[in-house]
Design a protein around this ligand. Structure first.
Ligand SMILES: *Cc1c(COP(=O)(O)O)cnc(C)c1O
Length: 410
């Protein structure tokens, strides 16, 4: 089989991704298969997208049936599949209204516009600034990037879009200091995914809610990574005791079909009247049909209990590995099947070792390896994953033990 020698795979794609030289041809459940027939255990799920694994029959059926009927109509007309999905999302959450888009960053854009417009419609047009947190990730469009605040991602792209005040994670005094007469909202991920699977303490979220209530601000939760079952609840906020005014979701909502959504209360969305926002593709019948099919499965009796059960099982096994390989795994953290292994050696080495075991995972900030299996994973597949993680840890611990010995000897 032909393989590029260059690790930065030679292709005509803009090289913004440092891609691994590995391509998959097919997927089924938690497994991905290369053209050569090699099977990989998928603990990335397209970064929390393929929540129901690959080629889930119910999703394939929904997509192909819709494809036979209607792919696209303009949002100038009613789209019943979208109305149905919005009804279901509102029935399952705090929200009264939904705007559909095609990605997470677009959902964030909608949330930012909505928060600003809310203040304007409330007679406070001077309020447009949004407090965000260090280590956050909200997407790659210019506004989402300014909200993300990561210097590395912003560098060279000109002045960042104004209106974001970034404060340290879990520092209430810093939040209070950042709130001024121009503040419109606070934006946070209840579990910071890209930032290293950092679970935001519930008392901190509660304090943010109170600050918002006391100061007339909107609380916006970015659940693009945590939403639609990933944490073992339909949405992560639902076991925090804190309810946002606006929530963005995307990734798992389409199970692999691009879709994003911005959910809000009637009050928070009051400025978003006809003509204030739009999207050509957002809420198209194909995406909506698949979104409804994902909801069929994720909200079915017992499904989320299964996620919680598997989460406990996996975390317990990982805790045992951490005890056995203390020189490799520093910490196991996360919620549901959004799990982070904070590593002692560079997390990238663990990702490489696991790939050598034919198991794909993804790194995150804070030297973390993220484990994001499809939510439909079985107990025997969890056992298989743990065996592969065990072997990867064993190799890493030997490598580092040898390196330490050589250092002492020299
Ligand atoms: C992935 C992600 C985004 C961006 O979503 P895109 O679809 O890549 O634009 C935003 N916020 C969070 C928390 C994410 O995990």
């Amino acid at each position: 089989m032909f393989r590029w020698k260059n690790k930065a795979v030679n292709s005509h794609l803009l090289p913004t991704y440092a891609r691994v030289d590995l391509a998959f041809e097919r997927g089924e459940g938690v497994w991905l298969t290369t053209a050569a027939g090699e099977r990989y255990l998928d603990f990335t799920s397209g970064v929390a997208v393929n929540a129901l694994g690959h080629a889930h029959p119910h999703l394939v059926k929904a997509l192909t049936e819709q494809a036979q009927k209607l792919w696209h109509v303009s949002n100038l007309y009613r789209i019943p599949e979208g109305e149905k999905l919005a009804d279901r999302l509102c029935a399952a959450t705090f929200a009264d209204t939904v705007f559909f888009q095609n990605s997470g960053a677009e959902a964030i854009e909608c949330a930012i516009k909505m928060a600003r417009k809310y203040q304007s419609a409330s007679g406070k047009p001077e309020r447009y600034r949004i407090v965000t947190f260090e280590g956050a990730f909200h997407g790659r469009t210019l506004a989402a990037l300014a909200a993300t605040g990561n210097k590395k991602y912003l560098d060279g792209f000109g002045p960042p879009m104004p209106g974001f005040d970034q404060v340290p994670f879990n520092d209430l005094d810093a939040v209070k200091k950042a709130i001024g007469p121009e503040t419109a909202a606070i934006l946070i991920e209840p579990v910071m995914g890209e930032g290293g699977v950092r679970v935001v303490p519930h008392n901190f979220l509660r304090a943010l809610r109170k600050l918002c209530d006391d100061n007339g601000l909107l609380l916006v939760f970015d659940e693009i990574q945590t939403g639609v079952g990933r944490t073992g609840d339909l949405f992560a906020y639902q076991h925090t005791g804190v309810t946002p005014d606006i929530m963005t979701i995307a990734k798992a909502l389409g199970g692999g079909f691009p879709v994003g959504a911005c959910l809000a209360t009637t009050e928070a969305s009051k400025g978003m009247t006809a003509g204030t926002h739009g999207s050509t593709f957002g809420g198209n019948p194909l995406a909506m049909a698949v979104g409804n099919a994902v909801m069929d499965i994720v909200t079915a009796e017992g499904f989320l209990d299964g996620v919680k059960h598997n989460s406990l099982l996996l975390k317990q096994k990982l805790a045992e590995l951490k005890d056995r390989y203390a020189s490799v795994i520093a910490e196991v953290r996360g919620e549901g099947l959004l799990i982070g292994l904070r590593m002692v050696p560079p997390a990238s080495e663990m990702v490489d070792e696991l790939r050598a075991e034919k198991m794909i995972t993804v790194g995150a900030g804070d030297n973390v390896v993220r484990l994001l299996p499809p939510l439909i994973i079985s107990e025997s597949e969890i056992a298989e994953a743990v065996a592969r993680i065990d072997r990867a840890c064993a190799r890493l611990s030997q490598t580092y033990a040898r390196a330490a010995k050589e250092k002492v000897a020299s």
